[in-house]
Write a protein that binds this ligand. Structure first.
Ligand code: NAD
Length: 474
């Protein structure tokens, strides 16, 4: 059991007035594995005021000094990588290998990438435009509200650029996976970040989160979460004209063009969908296939899914662990039943638990074919291991249907001819598009069009989110 009963505020472990404790549950077996305090509005406010007090001195430091703290955080996270991976395996149910290589790997990669971005920024001079000198300054005190699916990544990807920019921050992690955030606060303490530069308060979105979104002493709110939460936070931030950055949901499309090597693309698509039990905002959950190739694609998809090992996250053979919680499992099962009721063809999986895994929050890797883009399973984010295969009759139709979505986070195009794939990719209204299985890049901007969000994380674009521009006119 990991038990935390204090928040990290103003460089000290302290608590003002909690509203109780949040139990952290291992979704693989339902066991209680830890506790963190459930903060009150007063705790949230104290953390905001600590960040406000720390802001002027932190902002006044040279970029190189602030960057040195990010380098320390990176080194310390590397030293405790195994512990982070264990905690994320326990609270999220991520398979051990995935927890260390991907979950912790992303956190480390974010920090390492921002060390590079920070070095370039430290070397920058003010720009001259005509009679003006353009300077960059930090936006101020930031609230960070994060989800549970890649919890360490979502902390690192916000905090590293904020620190380099000269901002101070208050973090409220998801109540499903708060333990890695408390470990992160221990890193901040060990790195001797000046008091109040980084503060941590756990608690419910409706209480702590809403104070962080609305408080007049906060200059910017950055949320990663569902579109509904993102909209609510923007409403709360509006009266005080805060900058709002939103990384929200997705229902991304992968278009397999008619010359696509199915034997390569379909297994890649199935495995990517099932990774992290389908709980990936940028997952390519709608796969468009030429109608005459659907049967072949389905056969390959069924074979691939049958080889996905679902099971105990501690086992090195496990590819897919449980979902994060019983509640998430029930939501996903509801969508699987909906797909059956809507008349899609169930290729594999379904609402029964995987054999022998009745106890944890496990769901079978599930694939539907003959999905139409107007079905709810093609329109709503399921956030579970459920792939929809949609047959199409023309390239124009595939592009139009891929774009016929409230979301616009990610996408993919696969073709034997990468120039042809690129032409299609440029017509997708999304923030990133993977061409022929192209991999995630830490230096490239990540974020959504439409209801998938506003703003970008990662790379220089992610740093710019935390900067104000000032023109001195001579
Ligand atoms: P969520 O919206 O339920 O919660 C996210 C965070 O917001 C949590 O910390 C929660 O406590 C807080 N919150 C909820 N309501 C709030 C309110 N009224 N005021 C203030 N804070 C509030 O999302 P989740 O279930 O934790 O995460 C899954 C969602 O996140 C999915 O929709 C997924 O697509 C999205 N996501 C997006 C990205 C991205 O980069 N675009 C990345 C990961 C996850």
């Amino acid at each position: 059991m990991r038990i935390y009963d204090k928040f990290y505020i103003g460089g000290q472990w302290q608590v003002l007035q909690t509203t109780g404790a949040i139990d952290v549950i291992n979704p693989a077996d339902g066991e209680n594995i830890g506790k963190v305090p459930a903060g009150s509005a007063q705790d949230a406010e104290r953390a905001i005021l600590a960040a406000r007090e720390a802001f002027p001195a932190w902002a006044a430091r040279p970029v190189s000094e602030r960057l040195a703290y990010v380098e320390k955080l990176l080194a310390l996270m590397g030293e405790r990588a195994a512990e982070f991976a264990e905690v994320i395996r326990l609270e999220l149910g991520a398979p051990a290998g995935f927890a260390s290589e991907v979950q912790v790997g992303l956190g480390l990669g974010d920090l390492a990438s921002y060390v590079e971005v920070g070095r370039a920024y430290a070397a920058e001079e003010s720009e001259t435009v005509g009679n003006s000198e353009i300077h960059r300054e930090p936006v101020g005190v930031c609230s960070f509200i994060t989800p549970w699916n890649y919890p360490l990544h979502q902390i690192a990807v916000k905090l590293a650029p904020a620190l380099i920019a000269g901002c101070t921050a208050v973090l409220k992690p998801s109540s499903e996976t708060p333990l890695n955030a408390f470990l992160f606060a221990e890193l901040a303490e060990a790195a001797e970040l000046p008091a109040g530069v980084f503060n941590l308060v756990s608690g419910a979105g409706r209480s702590v989160g809403e104070v962080l979104a609305a408080h007049p002493q906060v200059d910017m709110v950055s949320i990663t979460g569902s579109t509904a939460s993102g909209a609510r936070i923007a409403e709360l931030a509006a009266p005080t004209i805060k900058r709002v950055s939103q990384e929200l949901g997705g229902k991304s499309a992968l278009i397999l063009l008619d010359d696509c090597p199915l034997a390569q693309a379909v297994p890649a698509a199935v495995m990517a969908m099932m990774a992290n039990s389908g709980q990936t905002c940028a997952a390519l959950s709608r796969v468009f296939v030429p109608r005459e190739q659907q049967a072949q694609a389905v056969a390959i998809a069924r074979e691939t899914a049958a080889a996905v090992v679902v099971g105990d996250p501690r086992s090195p053979n496990t590819f897919m662990g449980p979902l994060v919680s019983q509640a998430q499992k029930n939501t996903v099962l509801g969508y699987i039943q909906l797909g059956i009721d809507e008349g899609a063809t169930l290729v594999c999986g379904g609402v029964e638990p995987p054999p022998g895994l009745e106890r944890g929050a496990y769901v079978q890797p599930t694939i539907f074919s003959d999905v139409r883009n107007d079905m709810l399973i093609a329109r709503e984010e399921i956030f579970g291991p459920v792939l929809a295969i949609l047959p199409y009759d023309s390239e124009e139709q595939a592009i139009a249907e891929a774009n016929d979505s409230d979301y616009g986070l990610s996408g993919g195009v696969w073709s034997a001819d990468s120039e042809r794939a690129k032409k299609v990719a440029l017509q997708l209204r999304t923030g990133q598009v993977a061409i022929n299985g192209g991999q995630f890049n830490f230096a490239a901007p990540f974020g959504g069009y439409k209801q998938s969000g506003n703003g970008r994380e990662l790379g220089r674009a992610g740093l710019d989110e935390f900067l104000e521009l000032k023109a001195l006119n001579f």
